[in-house]
Design a binder for this molecule. Structure first.
Ligand code: BMA
Length: 875
């Protein structure tokens, strides 16, 4: 993984220098191609509209980060600084740069200014003449600037109007507020005036129950001037009909405008010409058909190779190359199967890839920062590599964030991670006037066109939790929203909802994709049914544990067909907490720590569940550590319960993979990219073939859940041992072949016959599954809660072996060690395992390496295990 990362890093540096080379406002001299692109990423300055001081700015960038870079504000993530910067979103800002245009370029028939994204209300000027306005962060913008441009130096100026002031005007116009439960208007000094829903801008910028309120503005994606004659490629749609034998492809290339003359399109796959087609005059698009025999299919990570083909489309007028479009495509079919159950009481909900049902293992994904342009390519690499390393095969891009950058989907394509893609609507109700609907339509078209050909795109979903929150037609369901409105308002709000999620968005998906699947809302019961915990169709967000205070054991009770959300919080590890606090903040109830905990019930829930399961440490650092174990254990048990229910349940995506700032949250990786205990536990429980051990008063059972067929016999070994390593029970048996997507019980016995006279707080069951001498999975099962374990005080021995820059740590102990945590005080360190149990007399090896390829020093390591945090250790 390190080598791979190194290569990526080199590639990253190379591409960064390429960006640098092309960003000097020079025409990108591509002799052969008619289309030219001038990148406008340099020499930017910005100022507050009402002030006169211009300062250096970054594009892509945000006002907040530019102010920070100029020393005008402190880092809003540090301690309580967020509160000091709330004024920024209430005033207007202005950005400017200059660029050169040569005389020869002016002859181009078309000169467009193109923004990949503006956040959000922009007024755009070329040479002080207005060329257009923007009002949707998620859209791409094109302005014809030919009439405004001149030879030599030109200026580009973008005024960014306050999204808050704009929102207040819209709120006033609308006449009454709309539900927006996560909009932290009070922190924004707006009282109860929630304006987020009126602006097409990332919802989480206005606050969330894991995020601060930092309502950004900025030119947040690339800006270019595009010059071309005659015609260019507007977009390409790949339509495929794929099976093992062949892939029939239809590639439709849409032109920028009807072509006066016949144009030729050449399609290449992996550099070889596969088709040449010449259009009719006046065509607006050109279709090409060809077949790839014996295709190498694209598979989700855990089921095969995510093979990608390089597609190239060249557009010619006579012999002149007008434009080239390149992208990598995967040959596969993806379906969502909703088959009625035999008893007629429900319907399946699962993804079928290349005709094979796939159990979706993964997490929900949020943006990596409030300040989006500073999320580096290496962060994306780390996120998606960590997804893969945790044996996941799906991420849900959740609707309160953004349609992610291309690199996110490129990496998912490459690594075989399926993407559940929400449209950007979450936990609120939105207006439905004509202008709003038109804006949403354009946003949907832009993003569907941009993302639809990615092999990883598995589903488009209308929104997050809006249907269940409003619960139309059911007074007994929902979040109490509709009850706050008059009958007329209720009707209007729901009608506006239907226009977007039942009409506009599915229409865009149908019209602009290769028949991709649209799902109205997450969760929904499907067929107009509102999702609830007993529902037997659709997807489910199960929040009984956590929000509903259900015990962890209820994860096994409430299982739907596809678990698209459930979760449990933890704090970042101490090393991370130290980065945004000072020692006087080291108390979870301190003002600073409380401000980095945005769930009103967060600390209460953590403490309550911790009291139920663990001895609650009084020491702050220990509390953070035990909190991570608590989260990891709870979600581990949930994933296990979901897999145990295969094929009834065919998906398990926990809330949430990552963080957007340093905070207590449901994430399995913190803002700095550190793996929490949960990420390691997920890696373990998501293995393709997994042991599931359960016991109750009467019975102990061992089951195997597997995503793949295991054709030959395997060997199961079950050992009961005490914490000194004495084996009290030992049995081995042959296991028959295992079928994919099934859970089979492979062992069961009366609990008394296994435990016999032993005390249940002094023993554990070690179960190992081997196939052809290879260990497939190992499970450690305890018989009492963690707080009740009579854990020994072990003598640990460590040896350290340098392996190049990496460090191999070997740990052994005379007695059981529970949840050994290795803290590595170096940036971007990676461990092959962490928070693991060490069995008596067992040697466990952990390799530690650095993504920066730095030498890992043993002097930077600290160790902690559960026994050290417990007062009542018996032995
Ligand atoms: C889910 C998400 C988020 C929220 C999380 C935790 O329902 O969709 O809106 O952050 O719960 O409360």
């Amino acid at each position: 993984m390190n080598k791979y990362y190194q290569l990526q890093l080199i590639a990253g540096i190379l591409s960064m220098s390429l960006i640098f080379l092309t960003s000097c406002h020079k025409v990108n001299q591509n002799q052969k191609m008619n289309k030219q692109t001038i990148s406008l990423l340099d020499h930017w300055e910005f100022k507050q509209v009402e002030k006169s001081e211009w300062m250096k700015a970054e594009v892509p960038g945000t006002v907040h980060t530019d102010l920070m870079n100029n020393g005008k504000i402190e880092d809003p993530y540090y301690r309580m600084n967020e509160r000091e910067v709330q004024w920024i979103d209430k005033v207007d800002w202005e950005y400017k740069t200059a660029f050169n245009i040569e005389q020869s370029s002016l002859n181009n028939q078309h000169i467009n200014l193109h923004f990949d994204g503006i956040d959000t209300y922009g007024i755009v000027y070329i040479n002080d003449q207005k060329v257009g306005e923007t009002d949707n962060m998620f859209r791409e913008w094109d302005f014809d600037i030919k009439p405004f441009i001149k030879e030599g130096q030109n200026t580009l100026r973008v005024v960014l109007e306050s999204p808050i002031q704009k929102g207040l005007v819209e709120l006033e116009k609308h006449g009454y507020g709309l539900p927006a439960v996560n909009d932290q208007s009070e922190i924004g000094e707006l009282g109860d005036k929630q304006v987020s829903i009126f602006t097409r801008k990332a919802g989480y910028h206005y606050g969330w129950d894991w995020g601060p309120r930092l309502v950004t503005s900025g030119i947040w994606r690339d800006v270019t001037v595009q010059l071309w004659d005659n015609n260019k490629i507007d977009n390409v749609l790949v339509h495929q009909n794929t099976n093992q034998e062949k892939a029939d492809l239809t590639i439709t290339t849409a032109l920028d405008q009807p072509s006066k003359k016949a144009l030729k399109v050449v399609a290449k796959i992996d550099g070889k010409v596969v088709n040449e087609t010449t259009s009719e005059a006046n065509a607006t698009s050109i279709s090409q058909q060809f077949t790839i025999e014996n295709p190498e299919l694209w598979w989700p990570a855990n089921l095969g190779d995510p093979h990608l083909y390089q597609l190239e489309i060249e557009l010619y007028e006579d012999a002149e190359l007008l434009d080239i479009h390149k992208e990598r495509i995967g040959l596969r079919t993806i379906k969502v199967v909703q088959k009625p159950d035999e008893d007629g009481n429900g319907k399946s909900f699962y993804f079928e890839v290349n005709g094979r049902p796939v159990f979706a293992k993964g997490a929900n994904y949020i943006p990596n920062d409030l300040f989006l342009p500073r999320v580096s390519d290496s962060t994306y690499h780390h996120m998606i590599q960590s997804t893969l390393d945790a044996n996941m095969n799906m991420l849900r891009v959740w609707g309160g964030g953004i349609y992610e950058n291309d690199i996110f989907y490129d990496l998912c394509d490459e690594k075989g991670i399926l993407v559940w893609q929400d449209f950007m609507f979450a936990c609120s109700m939105y207006p439905g006037d004509k202008a709003f609907l038109e804006s949403v339509k354009q946003e949907a078209i832009d993003n569907v066109k941009r993302l639809r050909n990615h092999a990883s795109i598995a589903l488009w979903c209308g929104n997050n939790e809006m249907e269940m929150a409003w619960a139309p037609g059911r007074e007994d369901m929902g979040w109490g929203w509709k009850q706050q409105y008059t009958p007329v308002q209720r009707k209007d709000i729901w009608r506006d909802y239907e226009k977007v999620f039942h009409e506009l968005l599915p229409e865009v998906v149908t019209e602009y994709t290769d028949d991709q699947f649209y799902w109205r809302s997450s969760p929904t019961g499907g067929d107009g049914e509102i999702a609830h915990y007993e529902h037997r169709s659709g997807d489910m967000h199960y929040w009984g544990v956590w929000h509903g205070e259900h015990p962890f054991s209820d994860f096994r009770k409430y299982i739907g067909r596809f678990m698209s959300e459930y979760g449990f919080q933890s704090f970042p590890e101490f090393k991370s907490v130290k980065k945004y606090t000072i020692p006087e903040d080291y108390d979870i109830e301190s003002e600073v720590m409380a401000s980095h905990q945005r769930s009103g019930i967060g600390n209460l829930r953590i403490k309550k569940y911790m009291e139920d399961h663990y001895q609650v440490p009084t020491d702050f650092e220990d509390f953070l550590y035990v909190g991570q174990l608590l989260q990891a254990e709870s979600i581990y048990s949930a994933i296990q319960a979901h897999r145990e229910k295969m094929p009834y349940c065919m998906g398990s995506l926990y809330w949430q993979l990552n963080d957007c700032w340093p905070v207590a949250s449901w994430s399995s990786m913190d803002f700095y990219g550190e793996w929490k205990a949960l990420q390691y536990f997920a890696k373990d429980v998501n293995k393709n073939t997994s042991l599931i051990v359960n016991h109750d008063d009467k019975k102990l059972s061992v089951r195997i859940a597997s995503d793949i067929d295991i054709k030959d016999e395997s060997e199961l070994n079950i050992k009961l041992m005490n914490f000194e390593g004495k084996v009290l029970f030992d049995i081995s048996k042959e296991i028959q072949p295992i079928e994919a997507n099934m859970t089979a019980e492979v062992f069961s016995n009366k609990i008394g016959e296994i435990i016999k006279q032993s005390k249940s707080d002094e023993i554990l069951l070690v179960t190992t599954l081997k196939n052809k001498e290879e260990v497939v999975d190992t499970d450690y099962h305890y018989f009492v809660l963690q707080k009740e374990l009579s854990l020994p005080q072990p003598e640990l021995e460590y040896t350290f072996t340098e392996k190049g820059n990496d460090l191999l740590v070997t740990v052994s102990s005379d007695q059981l060690v529970k949840n050994l945590f290795i803290e590595v005080n170096q940036e971007q360190a990676e461990l092959t395992d962490n928070y693991f149990d060490v069995l008596p007399h067992q040697k466990v090896e952990v390799l530690i390496s650095s993504r920066k390829n730095e030498k890992i020093s043993k002097n930077n390591l600290r160790f902690k295990h559960l026994q050290q945090t417990m007062v009542e250790v018996v032995k």
